[in-house]
Design a protein around this ligand. Structure first.
Ligand code: HEC
Length: 128
């Protein structure tokens, strides 16, 4: 395994803990409707491992996602989630269209992360 594979494996190991902590925080901050809650849950399970800080010592693999990035570009974002890129897997076989809609509804409520988070955003490189 290469170094990035190890980092990724560690991410997967600790993610469930981080996701639980985050869910508690988000629940206290914003009242989400049922669709947004569904989207939040799927996002934390399927996307958060690359798109959120899971522990301060690890860089994020993907860019931070938040409302300013998504609002106004919903269709392009949905297409990108379905098809993926050379660095991100596509989800058209793994998620229902309604689940992708729910993720986007959730992201439209997500606040911009603090600067310290953005600074760690540089992707470490391709995964293979
Ligand atoms: C394996 C890690 C990984 C997973 C899992 C992942 N992404 Fe990504 N995502 C990335 C990377 C890396 C990029 C940057 C893509 C590029 O530059 O080609 C990205 C880019 C994006 C973008 C475009 C951001 C922009 O500024 O243009 C969106 C939107 C996105 N991801 C949404 C999602 C959603 C929603 C999920 C879950 C269904 C998800 N991603 C799961 C790694 C991941």
């Amino acid at each position: 395994m290469t170094r990035i594979h190890w980092i990724f494996a560690i991410f997967l190991g600790i993610f469930p803990l981080a996701a639980r902590a985050q869910q508690a925080d988000a629940g206290a901050l914003l009242p989400l409707n049922d669709t947004q809650k569904l989207g939040q849950r799927i996002y934390q399970q399927r996307c958060g491992v690359c798109h959120t800080i899971v522990a301060p010592v690890f860089p994020m693999y993907g860019p931070a996602l938040y409302k300013d990035l998504v609002i106004g570009s919903e269709d392009a974002i949905k297409e990108m989630i379905r098809s993926g890129t050379s660095k991100m897997p596509g989800f058209k076989l793994g998620l229902q269209p309604s689940e992708i809609d729910a993720i986007v509804e959730y992201l439209k409520t997500a606040p911009k992360p603090p600067k310290s988070t953005a600074a760690r955003n540089a992707p470490p490189g391709p995964m293979d």
